[in-house]
Design a protein around this ligand. Structure first.
Ligand SMILES: *Cc1c(COP(=O)(O)O)cnc(C)c1O
Length: 434
């Protein structure tokens, strides 16, 4: 079948995510046929380096033999069983492993990030009801936060283009100043700015804690805001403030978890453990949809009761899917056997050295955190991000700038020569559009 036919059929029948479909009149879809390592290959054999890990999910490359093998093995024994009333080895092994890694011993599963956010919000709210503090019903998040797009998650998200249309449907929530260091005052260090933002958080929480259930936060990097990075001291203070005022801290590590920021989880860099951690995206190495919310014994015990209604009566059909859990176990095994966090340090250092090439262009705030590197392009072009996306594609590179922010979040399996290609193709694309 010709590509054109496939594209037409797709436009007829598939409603693509995060897309004004009419834009496809001028921006053709790309029919991907296969993936290999960091490369995606289209129906004409054209290759694209996947510099955004297919929306931040892929960790060890496309068509990864070890993850693929684990799924195939699982496929021969059990594809799925409901998790209410039943259990199975992959979900138990994964929960034990995640407990070791996060310090949080009780894992609840769903299939996507937004559902994990919903679960954490509902659990927090329900915890306070179960512990006779039913007035604690409200949530706070950071300015420019992103926690997913279902109604509850969108309520704590602060991205106008995703949120404003649906405002009448959403829960009220308040947004605290973001410690994004690009917003710091002249001469102010990232840490001083983080502490100043934490003081504002404390002021709000001290006044409203009686009605606050939880503070949800993306630790270290607000990715969807355009890779807004901040000093870990903010997290340390946020943990102290939440503990002092009895407000849950929910760490949304859906994007930053599994090594993206240089440590397995971003919270480790502030030496804190949240009351809830939300995980998804990289958890299966980018193979299958899976998310998890892990929490403390204290929260778990508040639900453990003779009363059914005190239990957490929430479920999704594919909760704890064995295939997805086996992909996650294979992913975690690769971290250990291949010393990924150590290796990533060298790769990140190489990427940072190479990125100096961008400083000849009109850019600001070249920044990095672990395996994420970003900079802001000084341009007034309204269509910069789509022009840059298109120019990069023509160079064989999948880049998806967020506004004026160009970023790299490649699979960890990227080699030095592939990093060279990624940098060179980005330079060419930028020179084409600027
Ligand atoms: C992607 C993302 C989500 C939502 O996950 P989905 O699987 O897209 O629903 C939530 N929080 C953060 C920080 C994310 O990056």
């Amino acid at each position: 079948m010709s590509n054109q036919t496939l594209l037409d059929r797709s436009l007829q029948s598939v409603w693509h995510p995060c897309t004004q479909m009419k834009h496809h009149e001028t921006f053709p879809l790309i029919p991907i046929q296969r993936g290999e390592g960091v490369w995606l290959v289209d129906a004409d054999g054209k290759r694209y380096l996947d510099a955004v890990s297919s929306w931040w999910v892929n960790l060890f490359g496309h068509n990864n033999p070890r993850i693929k093998e684990a799924i195939k093995l699982q496929l021969d024994t059990l594809e799925h069983v409901m998790l209410a009333g039943f259990t199975h080895e992959p979900v138990v092994a994964l929960s034990e492993k995640l407990a070791q890694l996060t310090g949080l011993g009780h894992a609840f599963y769903a299939s996507d990030g937004a559902s994990a956010t919903e679960i954490a919000l509902k659990m927090s709210f329900h915890y306070w009801r179960n512990t006779t503090k039913p007035l604690k019903t409200k949530f706070i998040s950071l300015k420019n936060s992103y926690h997913g797009e279902t109604l509850g998650a969108l309520s704590v998200t602060d991205v106008a283009i995703f949120k404003d249309t649906y405002a009448p449907l959403l829960l009220q929530s308040a947004q605290m100043p973001s410690p994004d260091f690009r917003l710091s005052a002249r001469g102010e260090s990232a840490e001083d700015f983080a502490l100043r933002c934490a003081s504002a958080l404390e002021l709000y929480v001290s006044a409203h804690h009686a009605e606050l259930a939880a503070f949800i936060i993306e630790p270290l990097v607000q990715c969807a805001a355009g890779m807004a990075m901040y000093h870990p001291s903010y997290l340390r203070r946020a943990r102290e403030i939440c503990t002092q005022y009895e407000v849950h801290l929910i760490a949304d590590e859906i994007a930053v978890g599994f090594g993206r920021t240089g440590t397995m989880f971003a919270c480790e860099q502030a030496n804190i453990v949240a009351d809830f951690i939300c995980l998804s995206k990289g958890i299966t190495g980018g193979y299958l949809p899976l998310s998890a919310v892990l929490t403390t014994d204290k929260v778990y015990q508040a639900f453990y009761d003779d009363s059914t209604l005190k239990g957490f009566l929430h479920s999704h059909s594919y909760t704890g899917n064995p295939l997805a859990c086996s992909a996650a176990l294979a992913t975690l095994a690769i971290f250990e056997s291949d010393h990924i966090l150590e290796k990533n340090k060298q790769q990140a250092a190489y990427l940072n050295t190479k990125a100096v090439a961008f400083t000849d262009l009109p850019i600001k705030h070249l920044r990095h955190q672990g395996m994420i590197l970003a900079f802001d392009v000084a341009t007034t072009q309204a269509k910069f991000s789509s022009a840059c996306y298109a120019a990069a594609l023509s160079q064989g590179l999948l880049l998806r700038p967020i506004g004026n922010t160009v970023y790299f979040m490649p699979p960890y399996s990227i080699t030095e020569s592939e990093i060279d290609f990624m940098i060179d193709a980005t330079l060419s694309a930028l020179k084409q559009v600027l």
